[in-house]
Every structure is written in structure tokens, then in C-alpha cells.
Design a protein around this ligand. Structure first.
Ligand code: HEC
Ligand code: HEC
Length: 290
């Protein structure tokens, strides 16, 4: 899966469709497809406050990390409070390169290291969907980060170490189902943002891709998604878990995975869930961390 040369710049966005009333059905087919991509990518959770009647995508969600608390920004098309003045090119640069329209670097708490390899078609549909959201005037708040981690220009070095831009390229040695699952798990689903252990700089430990964190899930760690752990479930049990957040014997998953289930995996088509599972089954088994 070698990174490929960046494609020609995306065309500048076509005029935004008129904003939709909250909950109104999306009329533009591209926006409808984009809604599905947004679910597969879990955009909602990080960009919506965790409270009743929060405005979807209006930002304000507190995201606690070892480096401090980030607040997901407003990504509705409001011209001042959101990203209403952005072009489609700005949006593509944010997801593909982790760059703000003014050229500053985004913190990787925004999982662009995963999203960077999104397909051209999915990126365009996602943009159509965000343009169709009702604009919200909710103001962004500043992140609350520890010293040194608050220095945006240092993200440049982080990216130099850990970020490889490029496109997703299917592996010809695998079937289409497994390749689709790879794309859903690693690009849109960004499952490795939690399931791949990190070093002290927040860089992923590639040799332990998706192998979970050392603590073990009983004390705040994250499960191993390679066959070493998931072989305990058959496909029906795993599908059931990803749809409901519950195991076959009625255990309910924790808060963090519970949100992934409600915003992402429970909204995927049966075919996409099956692809995700086929990909996880094809991973090399990695032993649980000691
Ligand atoms: C794990 C949480 C998380 C997820 C999932 C996530 N984001 Fe974000 N996003 C953030 C954070 C945090 C920032 C702010 C980064 C910074 O300030 O450097 C951000 C920034 C952005 C920005 C830049 C906004 C601005 O005003 O500069 C856009 C656009 C964006 N995200 C779109 C998306 C889309 C589209 C998705 C789904 C494909 C998504 N995000 C998923 C956390 C997330
Ligand atoms: C925000 C962090 C986060 C993200 C993103 C995330 N997970 Fe999880 N996941 C967890 C945590 C934490 C657990 C352990 C849950 C528990 O202890 O109840 C878990 C548990 C699981 C389990 C259950 C394993 C077991 O043995 O109990 C599966 C399966 C799973 N995740 C799959 C996924 C997939 C597929 C994705 C991507 C679509 C994903 N996760 C994305 C945090 C995350």
C-alpha cells in the first residue's frame, strides 16, 4: 500500500445547496451519500456537544487526551462561526494534509492521519453533506493543552515523523471485500486511533497495528482487534456487537466504544460490516500486550 502521488487538485466547490431545516431529509443525492460517509467516519461525535439538544456538527465536544483537552470545532456552513467560507479545496487540504486554510497545522486529535487516504468520490460527497447542514452560530472555544503540546507549529515535526499523505490503494493480493474492509477500518473508521497503541508523542506503534493497548480492557485499555482476541467470536457475534454494542452474553461495551457503535458501526450496511469483519479476520494475529 505505497502512497501514490497526489492527484490533481479537487475542483473548486460548486455552489452550496440551500441549507436544510434540522432533521429535514437531504434532497441532493451527493449529500445523502455523504451522510453515510460521515457515519462511517464518525464525524458527528467529535463535532457535537455531549448534551441533549446539541446542534449537530456545531462543535464544542470536549475530547480528553494525554496532551490536554481538545474541543471539536463548528463545521456547519456558518460563514463566521463555522466553515461556510471554505472552498472544497480548503476542505480537501484539511482532510488530506492536516492543514488549515491559512497553512497552519491541525493537531492529529483530528484524525486526518487516517482520513488523508479517503477516496475522491467520498471526499466530494462528504463536502456536499456538510454544505447541506443548517448553519449554526455556535462559537468555537480554544483547546486546553499542556505546555509544548499547545504549540501548533510543533505539529509539523509530529507530521514529519508519523504522517504519510497518499491515497488508499487496494492490495491486488486480497479480494475486494477485504480491501473494502481495510478502507472502512483504517481510513474512514479510524479504528486504529484508539486500537493501535501510541508512544509518548502520540505516534502509532506500527508493529502493533490494531493490537490494543497494554493495560487490558478492564482498566481503561483498548481491546486487541487482531484474530488473537476476536477469534473468540464468530461472525454473527461480532456483527451483533458492532450493531448493538452488546456481547452475546449481554455485556454492554464501555462509553468510548459505545459511541463508536452508535455513531458509526450500527449505521453501516450489512455488506460494509461484513467487509470490516473480513478485514479484521485477515489481520496477522498479534499477541496481547503483556
Ligand atoms: C476523534 C475526533 C474527531 C473526529 C472523528 C473528526 N474530527 Fe474533525 N476535528 C477534530 C478536532 C479536535 C479538530 C481541531 C483540530 C485543531 O484545532 O488543530 C477538528 C477539525 C476539523 C476541521 C477544521 C475546522 C476548522 O475550523 O478549522 C474540519 C473541517 C473537520 N474537523 C472535519 C471533520 C470531518 C469531515 C470528520 C469526519 C470525516 C471529522 N472532522 C472527524 C476532531 C475530530
Ligand atoms: C474512541 C476510541 C475507539 C475507537 C475510535 C474505536 N474503538 Fe473499538 N473499543 C474501544 C474501547 C475502549 C474498547 C473496549 C471496550 C470495553 O472495555 O467495553 C473497544 C472494544 C472494541 C471491540 C470489542 C472487543 C472485545 O474483545 O471486547 C471491538 C470488536 C471493537 N472495539 C471494534 C472497533 C472497530 C471496528 C472500530 C472502528 C470502526 C473501533 N473499534 C473504533 C475504543 C475505540
Amino acid at each position: 500500500m505505497a502512497p501514490v502521488a497526489p492527484a490533481a487538485p479537487a475542483p473548486v466547490g460548486k455552489p452550496a445547496p440551500a441549507a436544510q431545516a434540522v432533521g429535514a431529509p437531504l434532497t441532493d443525492p451527493a449529500a445523502r451519500r455523504g451522510e453515510y460517509i460521515a457515519s462511517a467516519a464518525g464525524c458527528l461525535g467529535c463535532h457535537t456537544e455531549a448534551k441533549d439538544k446539541a446542534v449537530a456538527y456545531a462543535g464544542g465536544r470536549a475530547l480528553k487526551t494525554p496532551f490536554g483537552t481538545f474541543y471539536g470545532p463548528n463545521i456547519t456552513p456558518h460563514p463566521a462561526a463555522g466553515i461556510g467560507k471554505w472552498s472544497e479545496v480548503d476542505f480537501a487540504r484539511a482532510l488530506r494534509e492536516g492543514l488549515r486554510p491559512d497553512g497552519a497545522h491541525y493537531f492529529p486529535a483530528f484524525p486526518y492521519p487516517s482520513f488523508a487516504r479517503i477516496s475522491e468520490a467520498d471526499l466530494r460527497d462528504l463536502w456536499a453533506y456538510l454544505r447541506a447542514l443548517p448553519p449554526s452560530a455556535r462559537q468555537n472555544q480554544a483547546h486546553d493543552l499542556g505546555f509544548a503540546f499547545n504549540l501548533r507549529f510543533l505539529v509539523r515535526f509530529w507530521k514529519w515523523l508519523y504522517f504519510t499523505p497518499g491515497r488508499f490503494t487496494p492490495d491486488p493480493k486480497r479480494n475486494a471485500t477485504v480491501n473494502r474492509g481495510d478502507y472502512l477500518v483504517n481510513v474512514l473508521g479510524h479504528c486504529g486511533e484508539c486500537h493501535t497503541p501510541r508512544n509518548f508523542l502520540g505516534g502509532p506503534k506500527r508493529a502493533r497495528h490494531l493490537a490494543g493497548t497494554p493495560k487490558g480492557k478492564s482498566d481503561g485499555g483498548v481491546s486487541n482487534l487482531t484474530p488473537t482476541n476476536l477469534k473468540k467470536w464468530d461472525d454473527a457475534e461480532l456483527t451483533g456487537f458492532l450493531q448493538s454494542g452488546m456481547t452475546a452474553d449481554g455485556d454492554v461495551t464501555g462509553e468510548r466504544m459505545g459511541e463508536v457503535v452508535s455513531n458509526t458501526t450500527s449505521r453501516l450496511s450489512a455488506q460494509d460490516l461484513a467487509s470490516m469483519i473480513a478485514y479484521l479476520r485477515a489481520l496477522p494475529p498479534i499477541a496481547d500486550a503483556p
